[in-house]
Design a protein around this ligand. Structure first.
Ligand SMILES: Cc1ncc(COP(=O)(O)O)c(C=O)c1O
Length: 412
């Protein structure tokens, strides 16, 4: 079996079917709104993308136009885009052995830049950030706090509170490869009463062709993954992309946020119903990686059962070589979150990233993600972990041989 980080890997056959035949009844939307409002104690607006939720949160906060929003300096272009649609970005470097900025980094930034008026936290890959302290700094400095839960629905912070219990606003993504994955979708939850009366701008309709692409995404990606078993995966993937059948990551412009059509809501609600089972699985798979993979490649402070483990991160110097080796074992892990401080790396030049997040740059150059989704059974996780160790052993042996050759200067 070929295994992927992405390419529709969150879906099982039942989901493929549900996506194709989900109906467009309004009660689906009402039910999902109710579910979110009860879970997160706020006012919910359903949108087509997580980035639209961030954009609307910042609109509702009604900050002066010269405001800066502090974001993790190890993030997705979508977050950058959502802020830059109206305001300015201040990048916060990640803390050592972490994928997130610390409260200390935030306080330092506030000294440098008094125009920071909002902060977005993001619990990268599901690892909870130090929200209790960050929230205290926000309160002390009168900053708007947005919790971006794209990676971390169901994660629990060290104090025992679930992600989503602290922010003035929450932004959720139900996009591809997230914990709650309905091919696309997002939600803004306004928790702070102060902003709940904000009148949302008109939300636009997602065009029909885009909806069809999303509806067929689970089926087509399933076909592509299946075609890898007979050596035809790559050409079929290329063909589907060429014909414009597969949804593109960046999607429609942020200037016109969209409402979420009813049928996506039905899928999202079903995903919430199986959230705990899904998280248990991700944690079980991560525990296997954590216990098996050589400690030299593991860098997160601690392995914790509170993490949502959207993916399991390791770091490795010769990353491209390991990717190639794993590909030879039918394990496709070249899709990396994140390969740049604002990722993907090919979009970094479109941003105003200032080169100051040195820790993030170091991690971006070496991080690799291992899959934890439902299509990785425990046996496969063990195989993935031992292949990583095998590669490390081969690589270390080669390094020793090479360095001995250099010292002895004899090669015949
Ligand atoms: C941390 C984070 N927040 C938000 C988003 C945006 O999600 P969406 O694709 O639904 O706009 C992403 C995208 O992958 C992300 O990584």
């Amino acid at each position: 079996m070929h295994i992927f980080n992405s390419l529709g890997s969150n879906y099982n056959f039942r989901f493929v079917w549900q996506a194709l035949f989900s109906n467009d009844f309004k009660p689906h939307t009402d039910d999902l709104k109710l579910l979110l409002e009860k879970k997160y104690f706020g006012k919910a607006t359903l949108v087509y993308k997580g980035r639209e939720a961030i954009f609307l949160a910042l609109k509702a906060a009604q900050l002066p136009a010269d405001s800066y929003v502090a974001i993790n300096g190890f993030t997705c272009y979508a977050v950058y885009e959502a802020v830059r649609a109206g305001l300015n970005v201040h990048y916060l470097d990640i803390a050592p052995k972490s994928l997130h900025f610390s409260a200390i980094e935030l306080e330092k930034a506030l000294q440098e830049n008094p125009k920071i008026r909002a902060v977005i936290i993001q619990n990268t890959l599901g690892a909870p950030c130090d929200i209790e302290v960050i929230a205290t700094v926000c309160k002390k400095n009168n900053l708007v706090l947005i919790e971006d839960l794209a990676h971390s629905v169901g994660a629990v912070h060290s104090g025992g509170q679930e992600a989503g219990s602290f922010g003035d606003f929450l932004a959720l993504s139900f996009g591809r490869d997230k914990i709650i994955d309905a091919a696309s979708g997002g939600a803004l939850i306004i928790r702070s009463r102060k902003y709940q009366d904000y009148k949302m701008p008109k939300l636009h309709r997602v065009d029909q062709a885009q909806q069809l692409r999303d509806m067929f995404y689970p089926l087509l990606t399933w076909k592509v993954r299946a075609a890898y078993e007979i050596g035809l995966g790559k050409p079929l993937h290329f063909l589907f992309n060429k014909l414009g059948l597969l949804t593109r990551g960046l999607g429609p412009s942020l200037k016109d946020p969209h409402y979420l059509p009813n049928w996506y809501s039905a899928l999202v609600s079903r995903q919430f119903a199986s959230l705990n089972k899904n998280l248990d699985h991700r944690r079980k798979i991560s525990a296997i990686y954590s216990q098996t993979i050589d400690q030299k490649l593991q860098f997160l402070n601690t392995y914790s059962n509170n993490t949502a483990f959207l993916r399991f991160p390791i770091v490795v110097d010769k990353r491209a070589k390991l990717i190639e080796y794993m590909k030879g074992k039918n394990i496709h892990i070249s899709d990396i979150w994140y390969d740049a401080p604002v990722a993907p790396a090919k979009y970094l030049k479109l941003t105003n990233y200032d080169g100051k997040c040195l820790q993030a740059e170091k991690i971006a150059a070496t991080i690799l993600n291992l899959p934890t989704h439902i299509n990785v059974p425990e046996e496969t996780a063990k195989k993935i972990a031992s292949e990583v160790n095998n590669w490390l052993a081969i690589n270390t042996k080669n390094q020793i041989t090479n360095s001995k050759l250099k010292i002895g200067e004899v090669d015949d």
